[in-house]
Design a protein around this ligand. Structure first.
Ligand SMILES: Cc1cc2nc3c(=O)[nH]c(=O)nc-3n(C[C@H](O)[C@H](O)[C@H](O)COP(=O)(O)OP(=O)(O)OC[C@H]3O[C@@H](n4cnc5c(N)ncnc54)[C@H](O)[C@@H]3O)c2cc1C
Length: 456
């Protein structure tokens, strides 16, 4: 069986990995393999330009690393607090949050992040009538209805909004916060439901002894791509270094522009690209999955001049603060292997849905603006010694309310229109690395099974 994998990001590489033993696989990728998973040398050290870790709770990334022989290279980030830049001051994020929603009131009261009126409003969750959640609901709408605007704006938005580079209003709880949706369905009160959990542990913050929540290879996430590339090459997987222009389903097979006919194809590209490639065969809603551009700016400072708070891994910035940065991570605190003597490394994130200010600045202006914001946050006058700008156009899919159902419809429709083609990648079942790996492997398994079924 000949299979084309369009897109050599982590989802496409995972699809090729899944198929390596029982298909003749060609990966089409015009840029560097790995897509957004990219590690490069910054100030003499390997520092990630995109993701710097993966969640361990969903097993796909841990399992792939194990299959690639990377177990012994995996490290957890150093334990550290997260701060919130709220009202012009840095304050610790309270303990016991589930995706920003408090499961306990006392730490939130102590944090000083909510006004007395905001606290009182949050407490109404215990007595208000139930909020209908149905199959899906907006995270912002659900949290505001139960706990009030302040909890939504000051706690949930900075956390969940910075993960997805989008405001939480209209954001699918089913796709981005299934624990909250399950809690809302289980109980009238979100507080109570989160405190109890559902017996599976899914509604509670992870237990302290359950192993690290995040892991990454010591030499950066690019190491996973490097190992995949080595193993795929050894298994005979071909890599064609150009962009596919069209994917046409014909009685003879799946035609990749002028680059041959395949028995099946996995399209591991963002949804609007997949839609363009498929043309008339594309399920119409595919083109409507929206993407948001983000940038990640890595800064190096003289440690003697820039005082980064000890045992703090990063800062989240609520949209309402009016800053350009959405978050920053103190890389050399979080990842001791990034620290070099006398240097501090900070990664600053910008860009969220509806805020394109960073895209309008050139690299120099972006670095100036972000280093000024960082200096203001930390009360420092230090200027960076080195800077690197990593732009990620159209990077994050926006999961609007109803997204899981939309994706089911797209997949069902595509199976009828083009059974030899399957979709994978961040646009569908989640943008996190484990979800992308799982989607690549599932798409590969689907085309393999359909091929076997078609042969009878
Ligand atoms: C700054 C940043 C930080 C992040 N941090 C984390 C994190 O810490 N943890 C985490 O789990 N996730 C994180 N993510 C999310 C995660 O990195 C991405 O969702 C994931 O890497 C996407 O993988 P993918 O394979 O779906 O897509 P991509 O990586 O976008 O790969 C798609 C590939 O398709 C190629 N392509 C496009 N058009 C064509 C064509 N016509 N023909 C052939 N190839 C084509 C592209 O060149 C690209 O390489 C982060 C993302 C960003 C941008």
């Amino acid at each position: 069986m000949k299979v084309a994998v369009v897109g050599g990001g982590i989802a496409g590489l995972a699809a090729a990995w899944e198929l390596r033993a029982d298909a003749e696989v060609t990966v089409f990728e015009p840029a560097a393999l790995g897509g957004k998973v990219r590690t490069s040398v910054f100030e003499g050290v390997a520092v990630d330009e995109g993701p710097d870790a993966f969640l361990t709770r969903s097993p796909a990334a841990v399992q792939l690393c194990s299959e690639l022989g990377l177990d012994s290279e995996l490290v957890a980030p150093a334990a550290g607090r997260t701060l919130l830049w709220a009202g012009g001051r840095l304050k610790p994020l309270p303990d016991g949050l589930v995706l920003g929603v408090p499961g306990r009131l006392a730490p939130v009261v102590r944090s000083g992040l909510l006004s007395p009126a905001g606290m009182a409003r949050a407490g109404l969750d215990l007595v208000l009538p139930g909020t209908p959640a149905g199959d899906d609901v907006g995270v912002g709408e659900l949290v505001t209805a139960r706990l009030g605007r302040e909890v939504a704006d000051r706690l949930v938005e900075p956390l969940l909004g910075s993960i997805h580079a989008a405001p939480i209003t209209g954001m699918s709880a089913a796709a981005t916060a299934p624990q909250l949706l399950a809690a809302a369905r289980r109980r009238r009160s979100l507080f109570r439901a989160l405190r109890e959990g559902d017996g599976s542990g899914g509604g509670r913050p992870p237990p302290g002894d359950g192993g690290p929540l995040f892991l990454a290879p010591r030499l950066g996430m690019g190491r996973i791509v490097q190992r995949l590339h080595e193993e795929l090459h050894a298994a005979g997987v071909r890599v064609e270094r150009f962009a596919v222009e069209t994917v046409r389903v014909t009685p003879a097979g799946v035609e990749m522009g002028g680059s041959g006919i395949f028995d099946a194809a996995v399209l591991a590209v963002p949804a609007p690209v997949a839609s363009r490639l498929l043309g008339a065969a594309a399920p119409p809603p595919l083109a409507a999955i929206e993407l948001t551009s983000v940038s990640l700016v890595t800064l190096a400072y003289d440690a003697a001049r820039m005082e980064v708070p000890a045992a703090v891994n990063g800062v989240l910035v609520p949209a309402g603060e009016g800053r350009l940065m959405t978050a920053c991570s103190f890389g050399s605190n979080k990842w001791p292997q990034w620290a070099t003597p006398g240097r501090v490394v900070v990664r600053v994130s910008v860009g969220r849905r509806g805020d394109t200010r960073a895209d309008e600045l050139d690299d120099g202006a972006l670095v100036d603006r972000l280093s000024a914001e960082l200096a203001a946050a930390l009360g420092s006058r230090a200027a960076p010694l080195a800077a690197r700008v990593s732009r990620w156009p159209e990077a994050f899919p926006f999961f609007r309310v109803g997204h899981p159902e939309l994706v089911t419809g797209i997949r069902d429709d595509l199976r009828l229109r083009a059974p030899a083609v399957a979709l994978a990648g961040a646009s569908y079942g989640g943008a996190g690395i484990p979800a992308c790996i799982a989607s690549g492997r599932a798409a590969a398994a689907a085309v393999r099974e359909r091929r076997l079924a078609a042969r009878g």
